[in-house]
Ligand binder design. Structure first.
Ligand code: GLU
Length: 443
């Protein structure tokens, strides 16, 4: 029998420990049997692959890749592919589990998965990246499939990488199969608005959360950590709602302007500067550590895991945190924020806009249909708004914070699915026993 991951008490900034701790926290409000908890905390499949790639120099380098499938009982598994040097199995495992919870909380009929390659994509040529991506698909050819496991972009990957994935998969299988991956370029079967989708979800949850604490967007200020796809689009859409974005940041540091930053100008600057904000002079430079504690109503962590920790949670000035990234708050920082009265919209709700539009893209692919930009946006906004309201009501009902509420809802759905599977296999076993008994009687 597989051993059950231990109940967590001491935290170590390992995203998987954080996840387990969040589960433990939510299960003080609802009952999960030991069997259910055991199934939910044990990913169904964890794959590690080694990918030999011919580099431009002619030498062969071997890269380490992962795909973790956390659950498939609510539908095919779904989740992005991350290219990052710091990638490790526990991180992929946590990210895969968060995908299951994210889909459950938004009512998307998918399970959860995540994958990635240990690589710094900035150091690779386009040709090397393409060969690496194709090698990854070829190693996981039998895992992926439009009704099995469907990847998407994540940190370090983009629509071009998704185009290589679908192309390689179709080449190997010999059939058109656009539903095998989402986040593709429009020309390769992608959906309108997919690239804006995570940021749009962050915007919708920010506006809803602001209203819940009696603040109007037009009177509010925000700082956004991270200026990749999620951070930059979130900042832009928040600004369009009338929120003054006073701080933005990326790996080069933070940029602060209490009068508001022109986000379009900053995006254009980064685009002409190799994607980096380094040297951005329309705001004052602040170091990365002090950035999170700047004065603003809203803080959007939209970069990596483990940014808000016991070391800085106490100094955060924002009244509202909306988690654009996956796992930006460590589990031990959560109670500090709750105690300070900071409202936290958890990642599995706040950044679910991406997988929501991925689901719409998949629906368009498997039905050979096209949705307009406005249809995609309206449907995505409604999905996130409805999920926010359900989570909020659950938080009121259980007298708890939004993270516990989101976990309560998704764990309830996942444990229902586990119960159903158990009942199915029980029935099957019973039928088999009866059949064997009849056969014995015949002899
Ligand atoms: N990588 C995104 C996430 O973490 C999107 C996943 C998807 O669209 O499948 O939610």
């Amino acid at each position: 029998m597989a051993t059950m991951p231990p109940l967590t008490s001491m935290m170590d900034n390992n995203p998987y420990s954080s996840l387990l701790s969040h589960i433990d926290s939510a299960t003080s409000y609802i009952r999960l049997t030991e069997d259910e908890r055991n199934v939910i905390t044990s990913p169904v499949k964890e794959l590690k692959v080694h990918l030999p790639v011919i580099m431009d120099s002619g030498q062969i380098e071997v890269f380490e890749g992962y795909r973790v499938i956390h659950s498939t009982n609510l539908g095919p598994s779904k989740g992005g592919i991350r290219f990052s040097m710091g990638l490790h199995l526990d991180e992929v495992r946590a990210l895969a589990s968060w995908m299951s919870l994210k889909c459950a909380v938004t009512g998307i009929p998918f399970g959860g998965a995540k994958g990635g390659i240990k690589v710094d994509p900035m150091t690779m040529s386009n040709g090397e990246l393409e060969r690496l991506t194709r090698a990854y698909v070829s190693a996981l050819e039998d895992t992926f499939g439009p009704y099995k496991d469907i990847p998407a972009p994540d940190i370090g990957t983009n629509s071009q990488v998704m185009a290589w994935i679908v192309d390689e998969y179709e080449r190997l299988k010999g059939d058109p199969s656009p539903g095998v991956v989402t986040g593709k370029p429009i020309e390769a079967g992608g959906s309108a608005e997919r690239d804006q989708a995570t940021g749009r979800g962050v915007m919708v949850s920010t506006v809803a959360a602001l209203k819940s604490i009696g603040l109007q967007p037009e009177q509010s200020t925000a700082i956004v950590q991270g200026f990749g796809n999620v951070g930059s689009v979130s900042a832009l859409l928040l600004q369009k709602q009338g929120i003054s974005v006073v701080g933005i940041s990326d790996i080069s540091g933070g940029y602060y302007n209490p009068d508001g930053i022109d986000v379009e100008d900053a995006i254009a600057y980064a685009q002409n500067n190799n994607g980096s904000l380094v040297g951005y002079s329309n705001a004052k430079y602040v170091d990365a550590d002090s950035f999170l504690t700047l004065q603003a109503d809203v803080l959007i962590p939209a970069a990596l895991e483990n940014q808000i920790t016991i070391n800085n949670a106490d100094q955060i000035k924002a009244k509202l945190i909306v988690e654009g990234a996956n796992g930006p708050t460590t589990a031990d920082a959560d109670p500090i924020l709750t105690q300070k009265g900071v409202l936290v919209v958890p990642d599995i709700l706040a950044n679910a806009g991406g997988v929501t539009v991925s689901y719409f893209e998949w629906l368009q692919n498997v039905n050979n249909y096209h949705w307009s930009e406005s249809h995609v946006n309206r449907s995505a906004e409604k999905t996130i708004q409805d999920a926010f309201e359900t989570v909020y009501q659950t938080a009121v009902e259980f007298k708890t914070n939004l993270r516990n509420a989101a976990y309560i809802l998704s764990l309830q759905k996942l444990s229902q699915a586990v119960k159903k599977e158990k009942a199915k296999s029980f029935k099957k076993r019973r039928r088999r026993r009866l059949y064997q008994k009849r056969m014995r009687l015949k002899q």
